[in-house]
Ligand binder design. Structure first.
Ligand code: NAP
Length: 472
């Protein structure tokens, strides 16, 4: 097991850009892919393996030795082995003393072990300098060269020289090292690849919950009610009519929920008379996922637009329209043009078009490539001022759609108001409170609080603790 089995001439040794020799423990998928990539970038590579005889799998131009022999040939050793097999490293403690050990491992579950894998490695080999890196880069990406999604390599470690050495290697591979600080950060770095859309969970669950509620609500009102009372079968409404009710409702409520946490935060700051006090955790989390809430809302608004565009080609709509025209012809009646209805219909459509246009603008400015190119004031202008304008336009679009129907008793089937009426509750509350908050007598103290003024500090404008989390 401890025998040298390869006499190959390392490619990198002949390379004009000869780099530092790197040792890789483990000839599995990741070890081989990383080794191949490093070899391409000029690093002589020596593999340390349990089986130093079988060299057919390792990239040509690399050496295959026993762990002990391989470790002696390099100052940097990449441990491309699962954590549960680290135990054998204790026997190599002497050889590994003073060397840089790079832990690339991931776990199967978040917080699977009490300590991070890198900290565990540091306990097993106390004499080595442990650096965590490469765990967010996949073997597949290294092999296929499609590193766009994983160009960032998070690096952490307690020895800054060791960290710099690893970061230099990362750069030679054409990747971007991101220094995350000491080895304490390893746990967080190990959790990165295991997280499943953490910021999207709440917005998506909320959207699914609201969609389900309003779908069944509309089903009861628009399909079951006419069936029970008039024996009419409108079950086909579930395909287009009901989704086209649900989508704008969910979009409007989610858009209002983007602005509600800011309003709650403002009320809390006014009540506490300071911004240097933590918001409740739920409010912090809510504020952090506002962008995702807005994007999910935009997706629903987009679906509403698509469903609306197909209305004229629907069989039911054409049948109803033809029947209406034929009945006018048969009865020799012409309904006179109603100017009020013309205004209502056009205003409703215009408000919807403008609201959707601004909605798209908000979505575009939230893209990192765009938001990185605008300054803080421009970003705030679009996301706050234009955002509120979008909410106003979309709420007005729904209000005008309702028109006189709010007051017609037959619209309340089984005492249930139409679903769009319910959708107006949150946006109207948000807009009403926002309207109150911009009154100068409230806006002035709020602005002062946000600039650091505190009601209870005796004339001092100095913050007593700096809690960035309370920034709205
Ligand atoms: P793998 O294909 O299963 O390879 C693991 C290697 O570890 C084996 O080939 C073997 O190499 C060595 N090994 C297995 N059992 C051992 C034992 N009892 N004692 C000593 N060595 C042993 O796994 P992998 O996909 O390459 O992953 C290796 C590490 O990289 C893991 O910690 C993983 O979390 C991490 N990682 C993987 C990826 C990826 O995309 N695959 C991405 C990021 C991080 P020898 O036969 O040569 O001894």
């Amino acid at each position: 097991m401890e025998k040298n089995s390869s006499n190959m001439i390392p490619l990198a040794e002949n390379s004009p850009n000869k780099q530092q020799t790197v040792c890789i423990f483990g000839t599995g998928d990741f070890g081989r892919s990383l080794g191949y990539k490093m070899l391409q970038c000029g690093h002589p590579i020596v593999f340390g393996s349990r089986n130093a005889q079988t060299s057919s799998l390792i990239p040509k131009g690399t050496e295959l030795l026993s762990h002990r022999e391989a470790a002696q040939k390099a100052d940097i050793i990449i441990v491309a082995i699962q954590r549960q097999h680290y135990n054998f490293l204790t026997e190599l403690s002497e050889v590994l003393r003073g060397k840089v050990l790079v832990d690339v491992s991931n776990n199967l579950k978040i917080n699977e072990y009490p300590e991070s894998n890198a900290e565990y490695l540091a306990q097993l080999v106390p004499g080595a300098k442990i650096v965590k890196a490469f765990n967010t880069v996949s073997a597949w990406a290294l092999q296929s060269g499609t590193l766009d999604a994983s160009r960032q390599v998070f690096v952490c470690g307690d020895d800054s020289k060791a960290k710099q050495m690893v970061m230099e290697i990362v750069r030679t591979l054409g990747l971007t090292p991101l220094d995350q600080g000491s080895l304490l950060a390893a746990k967080e770095i190990e959790n990165y690849p295991l997280q499943l859309f953490p910021m999207w969970k709440f917005p998506i669950c909320l959207a699914v919950g609201l969609s389900t509620f309003f779908f069944f609500y509309s089903l009861i009102r628009d399909v079951i009610y006419p069936y029970v009372y008039d024996n009419k079968d409108f079950s086909f409404f579930v395909v287009i009519s009901i989704p086209n009710r649900v989508c704008p409702i969910v979009a409007l409520i989610l858009l209002a929920l983007v602005y509600l946490p800011g309003i709650i935060a403002a009320i809390l700051q006014l009540h506490r008379g300071t911004k240097y006090s933590r918001f409740p955790d739920w409010l912090d989390k809510w504020m952090l996922c506002r962008k995702q809430l807005g994007l999910v809302a935009l997706a629903f608004a987009f679906l509403h637009v698509l469903y609306t565009l197909v209305i004229p080609i629907r069989y039911y709509v054409r049948w109803k329209l033809n029947g209406f025209i034929i009945s006018q012809v048969k009865n020799n009646i012409t309904f006179p043009f109603n100017n009020t209805n013309g205004w209502i219909s056009d205003s409703y459509l215009a408000l919807g078009i403008l609201g959707f246009f601004l909605f798209i603008l908000l979505g575009i400015t939230s893209l990192p490539s765009v938001s990185n190119n605008v300054n803080w004031r421009e970003f705030r202008f679009v996301q706050s001022k234009l955002g509120y304008l979008t909410l106003v336009l979309c709420t007005a679009h729904t209000l005008v759609y309702g028109g006189k129907r709010f007051l017609i008793p037959s619209m309340y089937r089984w005492y249930l108001p139409e679903a769009y009426m319910l959708s107006l509750i949150v946006p109207c509350i948000v807009l009403l409170i926002k309207f109150v908050l911009i009154f100068p007598c409230i806006d002035r103290p709020l602005t002062q609080i946000r600039q650091g003024w505190e009601r209870d500090s005796k004339g001092s404008k100095q913050p007593y603790c700096n809690d960035s989390k309370s920034t709205v």
